[in-house]
Design a protein around this ligand. Structure first.
Ligand code: AHM
Ligand code: MG
Length: 346
């Protein structure tokens, strides 16, 4: 336990990071980088909170001609605002060599007018976009990698590092409250935004995901499109007390990964976006670099597990910046069950 949490339960994110730096666990550049991302998240939280009053809802682009991102999805106004906030906040600080976003075709080296640092930042600026207009939680997800040694102007290929190489990852959920959840590889910690003082305050040190669960999260409308292992796995979950699992399972699906993962980090469960016939050609629905890897790092640091169904998520060698993967993450024993079905039905 650090001095801050021993003597004073009100520990800000700033104090937490300074103590991690004093303890030799992070350098000043990574501390600054996380502070800047957190500041950008506060700004995004304000924009999201304006809702219909701020003119921030609806599609980006002109009426009848929505703007489409690299993923082939229509961008919401808030997707674009959140992306701009993160780009602007992180460009000039001197701690980054480059950035990559789910909303941009290619990574972006820090412009020549600013000093370049040693880190690469990847983010999904506003995850759960389909929920923006209906006032349901959305969030920002981010991942931090080291820029390979000797590279001064990073290109897409320099970001293609397995998730085990992440030095930090986190998300910020914009819901009834705004909460930043962070790992620097020393546990997973939650910081709630105190709107009166404008600071993120440490509210849970060392989140722990229970090993067992009776709750799963999946978009059941895709059931008929799933592969045989997933059909078999969920079939047995739904069979309840008389089935092979011998217990009843509850289901939750927010359709915002941040909100679903936050619930799992808080009370356990398994989150899954498996391969299905609709997304098989792309390799899955969720993005490895912006969604799966940062969430996998957070979940593992909280005692959970994260898998593609056929192997540890963090060990996947990326082949493309916008690569997609099947995702299973959460309570360790339940993820092991899902993997077993893949082994047995493949
Ligand atoms: P997004 O980054 O474009 O918002 O898409 C990712 C989201 C995840 O947050 C969520 O788990 C999933 O897509 C929901 O998908 P579906 O609408 O198929 O249920
Ligand atoms: Mg997303």
């Amino acid at each position: 336990m650090t001095p801050a949490s021993r003597s004073n339960p009100a520990c800000s994110l700033t104090r937490f990071l300074i103590e991690e730096q004093r303890g030799g666990h992070i350098g000043p550049d990574l501390r600054l980088l996380i502070e800047v991302v957190a500041r950008a998240c506060k700004r995004i939280s304000i924009e999201v909170g304006k809702g219909a009053l701020g003119g921030v809802l609806g599609d980006a682009g002109t009426p009848g001609s929505a703007s489409i991102n690299v993923q082939g999805e229509a961008q919401k106004k808030l997707d674009v605002i959140a992306n701009d906030v993160l780009l602007e906040a992180n460009a000039w600080g001197g701690h980054l060599a480059g950035l990559a976003s789910e909303e941009m075709d290619h990574s972006m080296p820090i412009p020549d007018v600013y000093p370049r640092g040693n880190y690469l930042l990847l983010f999904d600026p506003l995850d759960g976009s389909s929920n923006i207009d209906v006032n349901i939680s959305v969030g920002t997800i981010f991942s931090v990698l080291r820029c390979p040694e000797g590279v001064t102007v990073p290109e897409d290929e320099h970001y293609l590092q397995p998730g085990t190489e992440q030095v930090a990852a986190g998300y910020c959920t914009y819901g009834p409250n705004t909460t930043l959840v962070l790992t620097i590889g020393r546990g997973t910690h939650a910081f709630t935004l105190d709107r009166e003082i404008g600071s993120f305050m440490l509210t849970t040190r060392g989140m722990r995901i229970p090993e067992e669960t009776a709750e799963f999260a999946v978009n059941m409308s895709n059931q008929r499109h799933w592969e045989p292992p997933m059909q078999a796995y969920v079939g047995d979950l739904l069979a309840g007390t008389t089935g092979p699992r011998g217990k009843d399972f509850n289901m939750r699906w927010v359709a915002s990964m941040v909100a679903d993962v936050h619930r799992i980090l808080t009370r356990g469960g398994i989150f899954s976006y498996p391969l299905d016939a609709k997304c098989a050609a792309k390799g899955g629905k969720l993005r490895l670099m912006y969604e799966a890897n940062p969430m996998a790092f957070l979940v593992e640091q909280a005692g959970g597990a994260a898998s593609t169904g056929r192997g540890r998520m963090l060990e996947v060698q990326p082949t493309g910046l916008h690569q997609r993967v099947p995702v299973f993450l959460g309570s360790r024993a339940e993820v092991a069950h899902a993997e077993r079905y893949h082994r047995e039905h493949d």
